[in-house]
Design a binder for this molecule. Structure first.
Ligand code: SF4
Length: 415
């Protein structure tokens, strides 16, 4: 967690838990519009009311970035630019304001009005440029519509990011690398590259268990990811985080806050927050329904579990439905190490010094073992002490596990 200043959130996240229709692989916090328990624009207005309460309390004054994610924020239609305008007015001043968009609902008019309202960056859910694969996973757009959305957003002056997935059913060998190249040619200056995760309770998960759908094996997925990473690098984007590639200067400032352990605040169903004990105590003055933090807790991570309907109808002061975890100083530091090795910048000298003081030989031993395994590289004379090697990207769980194991305490479940 950032140790400077007030401890107030540097990053603000707003969650829009609605989609036109659910994709077959999705286990995110979202529901189809036909099953929404509240009018989405009423929900968006409720987020603004809550933001205004937080802003009046001075809680948003250190925010540098905001991100409207989902779900599919573009299903809000004209309510999206209104939401963007309110966020830009109530938080900040912001260096970056991103929203997520799906090609079928990111119309040129919506992109233009959202930009005029203050959005600077758009993250477009492309996933694949193979129409048969897109249809198979339940996406509502074609490859041509995705490329058109990229082109329009780029032309409007947005910083444009695109999501791409490896391991999709029916994907052809070598296709992902070609898709990555095409995205860059159509204006993406940032690409997030993820492997598909098959979750048992989703329609895709059930079809895979029944044997009616086959997904590529681990080795094929690794090969796809490597091929796409090389195509992105050849197109001038560098990897700066395990799943994120950007042209120089186009990295996501918002996500960078998460990986740097900076405090952040999430609003909306399923949105998570992470705050120091001091900032959490200040937030409780505005949201007294949050549980009190015990003395041993240094950092709190909490998620709003209330339904969209309740969020829309309940003022922030009385909002209930949170899951809250408390982390001790040691677990918070282990978490910072884990987040740091997600990024190519790795473990800074400052973080290294803190870890040596707190964990002593256990930390040094873990680093030495990871260097021996070829997952970490030791520093020369730069600003970093250790950074992940190229081969670490495919074995990241091993890397994260080694740092997480340094803190023996389980998080304290407060709610
Ligand atoms: S659009 Fe995104 S959030 Fe919505 S169902 Fe598809 S994957 Fe899930």
């Amino acid at each position: 967690m950032s140790r400077d200043g007030t401890g107030l959130p540097k990053a603000l996240y707003l969650h829009v838990p609605f989609c036109k229709k659910r994709c077959s692989y999705c286990d995110f916090e979202s529901r189809a519009l036909s099953e929404a328990d509240v009018d989405p624009s009423r929900y968006a207005r409720a987020l603004v009311e809550k933001l205004a309460t937080l802003s009046d309390a001075g809680f948003l004054r250190d925010c540098e970035t905001a991100y409207i994610g989902g779900g599919t924020p573009t299903v809000l239609g004209e309510a999206l630019p209104r939401l963007v305008e309110s966020v830009a007015g109530l938080a900040g001043p912001l260096a970056e304001l991103t929203f997520e968009a799906n090609p079928e609902s990111a119309t040129p008019r919506l992109l233009e009005t959202a930009r005029d309202a203050g959005a600077t960056r758009v993250s477009i859910g492309v996933q694949s440029l193979d129409d048969a694969v897109l249809a198979r996973i339940g996406r509502l757009h074609t490859a041509a519509e995705a490329l058109e959305a990229l082109r329009v957003a780029d032309g409007l002056g947005y910083r444009v990011s695109a999501d791409l997935m490896a391991g999709l059913p029916g994907a052809r060998a070598g296709a992902l690398a070609r898709h990555a190249k095409t995205l860059v040619e159509h204006g993406a200056s940032h690409v997030s590259l993820y492997p598909l995760e098959v979750h048992g309770q989703t329609p895709l998960g059930r079809a895979v268990s029944r044997g009616s759908v086959e997904v590529p094996g681990e080795d094929e997925v690794a090969e796809e990811l490597e091929g796409a990473a090389s195509a992105l690098e050849a197109g001038g984007l560098h990897r700066y985080e395990i799943a994120s590639f950007a042209r120089e200067g186009q990295e996501s400032l918002h996500n960078r806050h998460y990986w740097d352990g900076a405090p952040y605040l999430g609003l909306g169903q399923g949105a998570s927050s992470m705050l120091s004990r001091g900032a959490y105590a200040r937030l409780r003055e505005v949201v007294p329904t949050l549980p009190e933090a015990p003395r041993e807790v240094a950092r709190l991570r909490f998620t709003c579990t209330s339904t969209p309907h309740r969020i829309a109808r309940t003022p922030l002061r009385s909002l209930s439905g949170f899951s809250v975890e408390g982390l001790t100083e040691a677990s918070a530091l282990a978490e910072d190490l884990m987040l740091a090795v997600r990024c190519t910048t790795g473990i800074s000298r400052e973080l290294d010094a803190r870890a040596r003081r707190a964990f002593g030989v256990a930390y040094q031993g873990a680093c030495a073992r990871l260097v021996e395994l070829g997952l970490l590289e030791e520093a020369g004379n730069g600003a970093w002490a250790y950074r992940p090697s190229r081969s670490a990207w495919l074995l990241s769980n091993e890397l994260f596990g080694a740092f997480w194991a340094l803190a023996p305490d389980e998080p304290v479940q407060l709610a």
